[in-house]
Design a binder for this molecule. Sequence first.
Ligand code: NAD
Length: 471
Amino acid sequence: MLSLPSYIAGKAVTSDSWIEVTNPWNNEKVGRVASINRDALETAIQAHLASATPLTRYERSRILNKTRDLLDARREELAQLITAEAGLCLRETRYEVGRACDVFAFAAMEALHDDGQTFSCDISPTGKARKIFTLREPLSLIAAITPFNHPLNQVAHKLAPAIAAGAPLILKPSEKTPLTAVRLTELLYEAGLPGHMLSCIHGDLDEITRPLIRDERVSLVTFTGSAKVGKEIAHTAGYKKTCLELGGHSPLIVLEDADLDLAAKLACEGSFRNSGQRCTAVRRILVQESVVEEFTRRFHALAKSYVCGDPTDEATMVGTVIDEAAAISLEKAVQDAVNRGASLLLGGKRHGALLEPTILADVSRESTLGTCECFGPIAPIFRVRDLDDAIAYTNATPYGLSSGVVTTNLESAIKAVKGIKAGTVNVNEIPGYRLELSPFGGVKDSGLGIKEGVIEAIKFMTTVKTFSLPW
Ligand code: NAD
């Protein structure tokens, strides 16, 4: 069993208080991490704020590239660790390590890029012979709080941009999957990141997490997780920057002119990848009435090939959800849909933390599945009259993270892009499709419209200073 410390500005710290991590598939103990107390948190904050020689762009880029290489070299070991602590199957966790490699490679590239602007001041009648220049300065201290569903990549999306920006960061990863976050922290130190640039801490909500969020010396709280917790953080944080990347309820809209084989494939991938535990997973499949029977037939046929079971088995395509309690609440959401008249076409059975990939037809829009984010491998099919009806129902929930539209009609595609109130509209793709570099993030209860993705995150982790010179 792994026994891992908290890291305070590069120093390993243990205590007699531990957070234990259990494998959701077999309930074996995977490891534990050391909790810290308020005094240790204070030590971390002070260490990060103490003046230190800033890293050059070259040094930041080199550390990020080295980290990418180390991740790549330890791909299998990390994939196995994520599988053990999260129950995600190896197909997913190997993929996740690849995504994290991209994040570090892109951040290494961006660290070299100076996006300063120049303005000539003699461009109006009252102008002067001067120039204004911009430069970006790193924030003095960032607090990052991450969720369980991508134990490596969600952490990478906080750490890599902060390093590229030159901003020190205190990470508080999910207590459900902290082991991978500690391993990534160690790997960064090994790649040459100075201790004063990163801490990785674990502990009680009231002892360390809330005090960290509230602390006035922290200039940004960057959080990825549920809408409920995100809204609480918005209150706790007070007068400081916040980046809140929250839940989703993304639709896949299938129109009558769609390529139905493609639609079936996207429905499977969007609903079942990562055990349905992606913020951008397909939560509602909205199918135009005229093709609903044929689409359902093809989707059902393909979905049967999504084998679920032991996450370490090479043949498994869907592992467990994060724990048995989560699986039980998903089971209840399935039952609620059935009670309201839905037909259960596939799956629906639960074994501990494993919920079989589940398809339901004729689901009521008022059901739990139709109104709430149910974080698991459930694919509810809803009938829609036309694109207008699909857009109206898409926009009727509090979330606005992402969406997918399957159509061969350009006009319909453009209408969907314009009409859907969400951070992303992907045409003939799953809602979850993204590049780790490009802007990503939601609106409404999915976020405040402040984007992540390496480029945007770096911008948010800096402030712009202007200076002017006679010219
Ligand atoms: P969660 O909100 O329960 O927890 C996230 C983190 O917040 C954890 O580290 C947890 O320890 C911490 N936390 C819990 N309560 C807190 C509080 N009161 N104050 C401060 N911190 C607190 O989320 P989760 O269950 O770990 O993750 C799943 C959620 O994350 C889903 O809603 C999913 O959609 C969302 N998510 C969003 C994105 C995105 O980019 N928009 C990406 C991944 C996951």
